[in-house]
Design a protein around this ligand. Structure first.
Ligand code: PRX
Length: 647
């Protein structure tokens, strides 16, 4: 938890009366009962094949929503819009890595999307994919990734998307855990002008040991020459003889509680957790929150600049916006390439009205200066959103002023992979905004801040954030691990969901989020567990022991600092530092690469052999160390301190 986190600004921004008049969210929604609110939303926003008979069955810690109902997520995201006469509306403005002026930019209508999804679903069927057959997806931000997810949903095949920047090893682990027989990937990826060997990486992972994957389907992105073996098939070849007529591949009716997808996320210990999301509650949750939080209108042009490999991409690039039938931007690239103004070029070209991104991305733009945004007409922007980490008040103000023209309200949305959709957020036209605070529970929800003994805390008392009621998109457990689910989220308090975040209420009853309270770091809004990085480091032959802490970083929110002792008491040098940092990047993915690596003759341990993590955190932050007398060897920390240039 950093000093700048949890600091709300004193200046507030009351809602614009014009916006209040036309806003989708209505103040009375907050007065509705939990089931009444969600029942109304589910009926209004979702097309059910068969109506549900019970809104909620709550058997803590497992919820069932819309029991007895059947539906299909792909039908809701694609087919129903075509049937309702919106086939020619653009679903995706797909902007390639080289920007919106690229000849490869595509405007994909809902009808185009339907044809592509049907063709790919028919292709997958040839490989034995159908209802309940899990599929892995390891792709980057190209339209085919969205097509692949929707094709799975159409067939009732649960997908697990592995972030495209993760290592092949991470792909294999996740696919094997879910027993995927098919993996969908792309030949190569393009990010910031550089190519990334997606297929080769996948192969490396799958060839690293026994695997459940029997077929790898490869979409061509670059057309690069990649090795193709017996296991592999190009997507276009797979689809060469299939129909793209929707009547030849109807949407599979799914029970509301059937698995839609699994998404693996970092926990504080052990291997990544397979977070289970089902169909009816999840789709209702993401469709409703997307509609109300971003005040989506028929002519909105919406852009969520996240990645489909994370929950934000699942909920607010794919399922929420498409279910709402909105036109979205899908951007393959990174913020500063080919030019520092590429984002604003995209906003201007497509007339983006809603932009949803992370504080880390905004901080990059702040660093480059407002002149890049000023070169472009951003006057179409009505609503801004932020997600993934606490947003510093100064960053909020800059975003509001330079991107939102001093008008567009900023929605600071708090939620998690586990929660499926936004749970704490201001609402446009209703909430008086407070920079640095996510503020209010979404209608139907309740939060408390509790101390470790379970007492509810009052204003300005920091504690643990808990949720006391179920919500439709909540995870339905951890895949094949009921015990871990109960222990992680439901054991700290007997009657509430423990989110793992610190929070406090202010004098007005608004909530401020203060960062993780467990060993999960948040680098650029991405969750990485210290445990995973430590495990990757100790897998290296020269490493005896490793411990990882996070320090504040002005750009990425937090940065990873690794402390390493070497086998045989050897001393490390700069070259080995690089080798070990790269080793972590290879094992997990580049985003887990430690920003700093410090060699130590030993790690600071108590006499009972426990690594003193608090001390490592202090060292990483360059803070005073306080009492070190319980250490076996207090001199080890002196040496570490010198290496980080601490006091
Ligand atoms: O610590 C919180 C932080 O991100 C964590 C969830 O990470 P993940 O499951 O990867 O999902 C990220 C996107 C939803 C939370 O436990 N977090 C997310 N949004 C905010 C936030 N912290 C503060 N303010 C937010 N708006």
């Amino acid at each position: 938890m950093s000093d700048q986190q949890g600091q709300a600004a004193t200046r507030t921004y009351p809602p614009d009366p014009e916006l209040s008049k036309s806003a989708n969210a209505r103040p009375e929604m907050k007065e509705q009962g939990l089931e009444e609110f969600w029942d109304e939303q589910a009926k209004q926003r979702i097309s059910w094949f068969e109506d549900y008979d019970t809104v909620l069955e709550w058997n803590q810690p497992y919820a069932k929503w819309f029991v007895g109902g059947t539906l299909n997520a792909c039908y809701n995201c694609v087919d129903r819009h075509v049937e309702n006469g919106k086939g020619d509306k653009v679903a995706l403005h797909a902007v390639p890595d080289d920007g919106p002026d690229s000849p490869d930019a595509q405007d994909i209508t809902f009808s185009d999307l339907q044809r592509r999804v049907v063709a790919f679903a028919n292709g997958l069927r040839k490989l034995g994919v159908g209802k309940g057959v899990p599929v892995g997806i390891y792709m980057q931000m190209i339209p085919d990734a969205v097509v692949a997810m929707l094709a799975c949903a159409r067939l009732g095949a649960p997908h697990t998307v592995v972030f495209g920047g993760f290592s092949g090893k991470a792909v294999a682990e996740r696919c094997n855990d879910l027993e995927c027989t098919v993996l969908v990937t792309q030949d190569e990826a393009l990010r910031g002008g550089k190519s990334f060997p997606q297929k080769v990486n996948a192969d490396e992972g799958l060839d690293g040991g026994p695997t459940s994957v029997e077929k790898v389907v490869v979409f061509r992105r670059t057309g690069g020459d990649v090795p193709m073996g017996d296991r592999d098939v190009y997507a276009d070849e797979l689809m060469s003889d299939v129909s793209d007529d929707p009547s030849e591949c109807p949407c599979e009716p799914m029970d509301a509680e059937d698995l839609l997808f699994l998404l693996y996320t970092s926990g504080s210990t052990g291997k990544p957790k397979g977070v289970v999301h089902t169909t009816g509650g999840y789709l209702t949750g993401v469709t409703t929150t997307h509609n109300l939080v971003f005040d989506v209108k028929e002519d909105s042009v919406y852009w969520c600049a996240a990645d489909i490999g994370w929950i934000t991409g699942h909920s607010y690039i794919v399922y929420g916006p498409l279910s709402n039938g909105v036109t979205s931007v899908l951007y393959e690239g990174v913020p500063g390439y080919p030019d520092k103004d590429v984002w604003w070029k995209i906003v201007e070209k497509y007339g983006v009205t809603i932009l949803y991104t992370s504080p880390t991305a905004i901080r990059s733009h702040i660093k480059w200066g407002p002149e890049h945004a000023q070169k472009h007409d951003l006057s179409t922007i009505r609503i801004l959103g932020s997600v993934g980490e606490p947003i510093n008040p100064e960053v909020w103000e800059w975003y509001h002023e330079h991107i939102g023209g001093g008008k567009a309200p900023v929605m600071d949305t708090w939620w998690q992979t586990e929660t499926g959709h936004i749970l704490i957020t201001p609402l446009p036209g209703i909430t008086t905004l407070k920079p640095g605070s996510a503020q209010q529970p979404f209608p139907g929800l309740e939060f408390e801040v509790r101390d470790d003994e379970g007492n509810a805390l009052g204003a300005n008392e920091p504690g643990n954030l808990v949720l006391t009621r179920p919500w439709p998109g909540m995870m339905r457990g951890l895949y094949k691990d009921d015990q871990r689910y109960r222990e992680t989220y439901w054991s700290k308090y007997s009657d509430a969901y423990f989110a793992g975040d610190g929070a406090k209420f202010d004098d007005d009853g608004d909530l401020q989020l203060m960062g993780r309270i467990d060993d999960v770091t948040n680098v650029s809004g991405h969750r990485i567990s210290t445990f995973e990085v430590e495990s990757a480091l100790v897998e290296h032959e020269k490493v005896a022991e490793a411990a990882v802490a996070a320090r504040r970083d002005p750009d990425t929110g937090q940065a990873i600092v690794a402390f390493v002792s070497l086998k045989g008491g050897n001393e490390g040098d700069d070259e080995l530092k690089q080798v070990l940092r790269e080793h972590v990047a290879k094992q997990i993915g580049k985003l887990a690469r430690p920003a700093e690596l410090i060699f130590a003759s030993d790690l600071p341990k108590t006499r009972s052999g426990k690594i003193m993590r608090r001390l490592l955190k202090n060292i990483a932050e360059g803070e005073e160390l306080g009492d070190t007398s319980t250490l076996v060897d207090p001199t080890v920390v002196e040496d570490m301190k010198k290496q980080v240039g601490a006091k």
